[in-house]
Design a protein around this ligand. Structure first.
Ligand code: Z5A
Length: 210
């Protein structure tokens, strides 16, 4: 059995990950891949329980270290119970956010720094990495407006101040610049179809799917 591929989508609020994941999954199914779509925080029963602790409540509900630990604990459960078995079974796994979100949100956004977050990721993941990470990049104000329009409300992270969201965006771009082999930055400011075309281009060229 050939191992599947692991594709992660990252970006700030309202970047369009959910929209693009649906379209990417459809394309991969047409190309006769077996596809699993999942998300973080969450993606397994235990991790979904932890998600409830993370996305609801006051912005200052958790200290930054506790918050990073909760995301990391959820991630380990998600990997063991959902992602690794699916990859072993030959599925292409598409994940809405992964460890780059911990680096961007908790490392850059909340100021924990790269070193501590990298240590946590090594403890939870070992050497495991996505085959491809698509970072959807969008000006902060545009992303927040999209997210607010979609939900009609705000979750805990959307209520962080605008400076936080700027640190987040710079964080994602820095991650991409440090790991160009794994990461591709996609301009998410274009219409849905154009963003989709750019994503399919990366998936085809980098992973050989079509
Ligand atoms: N988090 C963390 O802090 N640390 C971690 O380690 C992890 C996560 C893993 C999970 O939230 C939160 O957890 C997240 C980070 C934090 N912060 N927040 N919020 P979530 O999973 O509930 O939400 P999200 O991942 O942030 O999703 P989102 O940003 O709100 O949305 P999206 O999936 O990127 O976008 P969308 O739903 O596809 O699109 C948003 C709207 O824009 C919608 O109305 C679309 O129709 C529209 N849209 C999409 N594409 C376009 C284009 N191209 N043009 C115009 N309009 C568009």
């Amino acid at each position: 059995m050939t191992r599947g591929r692991f594709i992660t989508l990252e970006g700030g609020e309202g970047a369009g990950k959910t929209t693009q994941i649906r379209l990417l999954a459809d394309a991969l199914v047409k190309w006769e891949k077996r596809v699993v779509v999942t998300r973080e925080p969450g993606g397994s029963p235990g991790a979904e329980e932890i998600r409830g602790l993370l996305v609801a409540g006051e912005t200052g509900r958790w200290g930054p270290v506790t918050e990073a630990l909760l995301h990391t604990a959820a991630r380990r459960d998600h990997l063991e119970r959902t992602v690794w078995p699916a990859l072993e079974a030959g599925h292409w796994v598409i994940c809405d956010r992964f460890f780059d979100s911990t680096m961007a949100y908790q490392g850059y956004g909340l100021g924990l720094g790269r070193e501590l977050v990298a240590t946590l990721q090594t403890a939870a993941l070992g050497d495991f990495r996505p085959d491809l990470t698509l970072i959807l990049d969008l000006p902060v104000e545009d992303g927040l407006a999209r997210a607010a329009a979609r939900r009609g409300g705000e979750d805990r992270y959307e209520r962080m101040d605008v400076a936080f969201h700027h640190r987040l965006r710079e964080g994602f771009l820095d991650i991409a610049a440090r790991e160009p082999e794994r990461c591709a930055v996609v301009d998410a400011g274009h219409p849905v179809e154009a963003v989709q075309a750019a994503i399919l281009d990366h998936v085809t060229r980098r992973l050989g799917a079509s």
